[in-house]
Ligand binder design. Structure first.
Ligand SMILES: *[C@@H]1O[C@H](CO)[C@@H](O)[C@H](O)[C@H]1NC(C)=O
Ligand SMILES: *[C@@H]1O[C@H](CO)[C@@H](O)[C@H](O)[C@H]1NC(C)=O
Ligand SMILES: *[C@@H]1O[C@H](CO)[C@@H](O)[C@H](O)[C@H]1NC(C)=O
Ligand SMILES: *[C@@H]1O[C@H](CO)[C@@H](O)[C@H](O)[C@H]1NC(C)=O
Ligand SMILES: *[C@@H]1O[C@H](CO)[C@@H](O)[C@H](O)[C@H]1NC(C)=O
Ligand SMILES: *[C@@H]1O[C@H](CO)[C@@H](O)[C@H](O)[C@H]1NC(C)=O
Length: 474
């Protein structure tokens, strides 16, 4: 990159930058959880420098520590603060408590510290002290306190829920919430989030599902690596990674209780670099694959199969290994960084880094095949090389897909011979499969340029080879 830019004039450099930022204008965002259950972490001031040096501009905290919030002032880093579970009952009981809390722990840091949201409690439904009944009253009191200060539209309120809030998550289309949570807390919570233009915060760990069912779940599927994927028999959508499947199960569960349009933010996800002997899959290589491939996927812009047009906002867990966390070894090894600020493993964290990575030539047939390694434990050296494909958005509807297909194969100049009747890629004979073939042909032909995989919303970019409708670039 350096050798290339050296020869560019300043204005073409600016043009390049603006093209790059346009190409990713609709992409998701990557933030990071700054947990501090440790006795060996750098000072908050140093941590802010570290975040800046890594290009991280969103951070989530588990409290409202004043040294941290002060260090973050004027950093232009957006912050999600937290009201801990232990304060939920007080916050629920009395609005004068939330008035004082907002004053002491939130408003006094504004606007120098960019507080974008409050996580009210954390995984409240699995809190051993059972604080569930306090959640919605606490949120409502906080909202009233924010309203008094005119902060209710700029500071969002939500509450991170664990994936264990789901009764069913497989296949994703069958996703549903645990019935005993629906009436008492989920419906009122989702209604509040809808009314206030907020979003559901969800903590999702494919690692937990994998480590508990490693005989049934493919590691490649969990780590966003090339794999056959699976088709959801309920909605016909294809899933090539576990996180997408988990998130679509959440969307299905919300829809089942009448909340179809609410946005979701992944407030925690991660993979441990070390674990106990029985924690299958915990390793540095796997953590690097999971987090690295996730970042690339998020920053290249597509949402989940059910909501491809809604980019994902994800907070990685976590910034540091935290040596005072209890529980299995994995708990102390989710960090991207050691306390001395050295990287546990090297992954891209920004669009620029994703683009700069060594990328191989666009994949041809042989590359897109499912890897042959049977044990799943081997790290593919080609994982996440920045390759992208263009696929049809099944949700766009037949009419739109057909029009886009006609364009791609006609004026667009895509090579559509292989999808003609009798030709090699005619099967599967569906408009989605044919459109995917044609869109990808066009996209690769245009060198995967900005805006060449859109077709008015009928197509989107994926970072994993879509192997049902097997795609060979021209
Ligand atoms: C601050 O961050 C926002 C995006 O979060 C960006 O648009 C803006 O340019 C940044 N401002 C500065 C001074 O860096
Ligand atoms: C501010 O937050 C801290 C930590 O959560 C809490 O102990 C304290 O009571 C809060 N202040 C007020 C005035 O509520
Ligand atoms: C549960 O509540 C008690 C009393 O408020 C408190 O001492 C204890 O720390 C809480 N435990 C957890 C896990 O929050
Ligand atoms: C937690 O509290 C709710 C309502 O207060 C109750 O319905 C539920 O059974 C409790 N759960 C546990 C595990 O105690
Ligand atoms: C590409 O990878 C090679 C070998 O890993 C490395 O030496 C080289 O610096 C990389 N190039 C870029 C532009 O990152
Ligand atoms: C894939 O591309 C490589 C390099 O261009 C070529 O040698 C190989 O034959 C191609 N494989 C297929 C299946 O087209």
């Amino acid at each position: 990159m350096a050798t290339t830019t050296k020869h560019l004039s300043f204005s073409s450099f600016l043009l390049l930058i603006s093209l790059i930022s346009h190409a990713f204008a609709d992409s998701g965002s990557i933030g990071i959880n700054y947990g501090r259950i440790a006795n060996d972490l750098p000072s908050p001031q140093k941590v802010v420098e570290l975040l800046k040096s890594q290009g991280i501009d969103r951070v989530k905290l588990y409290d409202t520590d004043s040294s941290v919030l002060t260090a973050l002032s004027n950093s232009n880093i957006s912050v999600i603060i937290a009201l801990p579970n232990e304060l939920l009952s007080s916050a629920a009981a009395d609005q004068s408590f939330t008035d004082a809390w907002v004053h002491a722990n939130l408003s006094k840091y504004l606007p120098d510290t960019k507080i974008e949201a409050v996580a009210v409690g954390n995984e409240v439904f699995v809190d051993p002290n059972n604080t569930t009944r306090f959640l919605v009253p606490a949120i409502k009191n906080l909202h009233a306190s924010l309203q008094k200060l005119g902060l209710d539209s700029s500071v969002k309120l939500s509450s991170p829920i664990a994936l264990s809030s789901l009764q069913s998550s497989y296949p994703p289309s069958s996703g549903s919430f645990k019935p005993d949570l629906v009436e008492p807390v989920l419906k009122p919570l989702l209604q509040f989030l809808t009314q206030t233009g907020s979003y559901l915060m969800i903590n999702a760990y494919p690692f937990f599902a994998y480590t508990a069912n490693s005989d049934q779940i493919s590691l490649d599927y969990a780590l966003f690596r090339s794999n056959p994927g699976s088709v959801d028999s309920g909605n016909g959508l294809k899933y090539d990674n576990l996180l997408d499947a988990q998130l679509d199960a959440v969307f299905a569960a919300m829809k089942a209780v009448g909340y179809d349009d609410l946005k979701v933010v992944v407030t925690e996800t991660g993979w441990p670099s070390k674990g106990d002997e029985n924690e299958v899959g915990a390793s540095e290589e796997n953590a690097a694959s999971y987090n690295g491939n996730l970042v690339k996927r998020v920053l290249t812009g597509s949402g989940t199969p059910l909501k491809p047009q809604d980019p994902l906002d994800v907070f990685l867990f976590a910034l540091f290994n935290e040596n005072q966390k209890t529980g299995p070894t994995s708990e102390r090894n989710y960090g991207l960084f050691y306390p001395n600020e050295e990287k546990v493993y090297d992954i891209p964290l920004t669009v620029a880094e994703v683009n700069n990575e060594n990328s191989t030539a666009p994949s041809n047939g042989s590359k897109a095949q499912v890897p042959t390694s049977g044990d799943g434990g081997e790290v593919s050296t080609t994982a996440g090389t920045g390759e992208t494909w263009c696929v049809a958005n099944a949700g766009a509807g037949e009419e739109k897909l057909q029009a886009a297909l006609d364009y791609a194969c006609g004026e667009g100049g895509a090579d559509c011979r292989p999808i003609q009747e009798g030709a090699t890629c005619y099967d599967p004979d569906s408009i989605v499969a044919h459109a995917s073939y044609a869109f990808n042909s066009y996209y690769q032909k245009k060198a995967r340029g900005a805006g060449t995989c859109d077709f008015g919303g009928a197509a989107y970019v994926v970072t994993q080879s879509p192997s049902t409708y097997f795609i060979t670039p021209p």
